[in-house]
Design a protein around this ligand. Structure first.
Ligand SMILES: C[S@@+](CC[C@H](N)C(=O)[O-])C[C@H]1O[C@@H](n2cnc3c(N)ncnc32)[C@H](O)[C@@H]1O
Length: 288
């Protein structure tokens, strides 16, 4: 019998992890993620089981390792948000060390929407300022990785405050923006910054002249199997609607920040008001 769509295998390694499996099921139910877990405890060697799954042509699987870290396995790659690896950057983040913060110009009382959350790394840097960050992610599997990481990191006292500033939503950014615009009541919170980091073609990190340059990282490679770069029409819709959302900001400090590879054309071919770049990436700012 074939399993219905959106069913994904969840592998775990030890009986003691059953509560962690249940926690995942609860996260899926509470956040209404369209995912059904096909839970399996790995008997024997993990590597062998993964190789067998690959051979069976399994599209993707989730792995809960013995530290209850959730990873996505896809086409031989294993990826996870791994927010703990950003600890140093998060602790020392400031406008001097993080270009994204120079561009976003946020403060502790800012409201930010990261409309393309991905692994949530940029969200963490944005939230390191004290700002509230709403993280939108359209892929339900990516959203599950984020929810699970937020829960895992919230168990660590020194991460709790930062974790409490992150709100993860499994939605397409465009429908979320449309909803925000409808909600014009007094309670509506003014958005200061909308941050966009849509996918770009896999080769766009490389230098256009020499063909050399940074390769797309493992995490981005895995994402490329799940999500696609937007079409020009989609780019236009994203940028225009993001601008409309920050235009409602009464204090006039709204801006849209777009992350691009250094060499890439402007999103939706629209000239920004200001750009910040280093050798690899560029942040384009659109102000209102
Ligand atoms: C390049 S990644 C973002 C990486 C992220 N900035 C980070 O630091 O990990 C783009 C992500 O945005 C998501 N995405 C793309 N278009 C979206 C949309 N319209 N609404 C919500 N999420 C979107 C993709 O599924 C993908 O996970």
């Amino acid at each position: 019998m074939s399993l219905p769509d959106k069913t994904i295998k969840l592998l775990y390694v030890d009986h003691s992890q059953l509560t962690a499996v249940e926690r995942l099921q609860t996260l899926i139910a509470d956040n209404k993620l369209p995912i059904t877990l096909d839970v399996e405890r790995i008997e024997g060697k993990i590597k062998q089981r993964l190789a067998a799954l690959n051979a069976e042509g399994e599209q993707a699987a989730l792995l809960l390792d013995n530290k209850n870290k959730l990873s996505l396995l896809k086409d031989g790659l294993s990826v996870a948000p791994e927010w703990d690896k950003l600890q140093r950057r998060v602790v020392s983040a400031g406008r001097k060390s993080e270009l994204i913060l120079r561009a976003a110009k946020i403060s502790a009382d800012s409201q930010v929407i990261d409309a393309t959350a991905g692994f949530g790394h940029d969200s963490l840097i944005l939230a390191s300022t004290g700002a509230q960050v709403t993280m939108l992610e359209q892929q339900s599997l990516m959203a599950l990785l984020l929810f699970s990481e937020q829960q895992r990191m919230s168990a660590q006292p020194n991460w709790q405050k930062l974790m409490a500033r992150l709100t993860i939503i499994n939605t397409d950014a465009l429908s979320y923006f449309a909803q925000l615009q409808k909600n014009t009541t007094d309670q509506a919170v003014a958005v200061d910054v909308v941050y966009l980091d849509p996918m770009f073609p896999e080769d766009s990190y490389q230098d256009s002249k020499t063909g050399k340059g940074a390769k797309v990282g493992k995490q981005m490679q895995a994402l490329h199997h799940l999500a696609h770069p937007p079409t020009l029409d989609e780019e236009m819709a994203l940028l225009n609607n993001a601008q409309a959302v920050v235009a409602d900001n009464q204090e006039g400090r709204g801006r849209v920040i777009v992350k691009r590879p250094q060499q890439a054309p402007f999103l939706s071919q629209q000239n920004p008001d200001e750009s910040w770049h280093n050798a690899a990436v560029r942040f384009d700012g659109y102000f209102v």
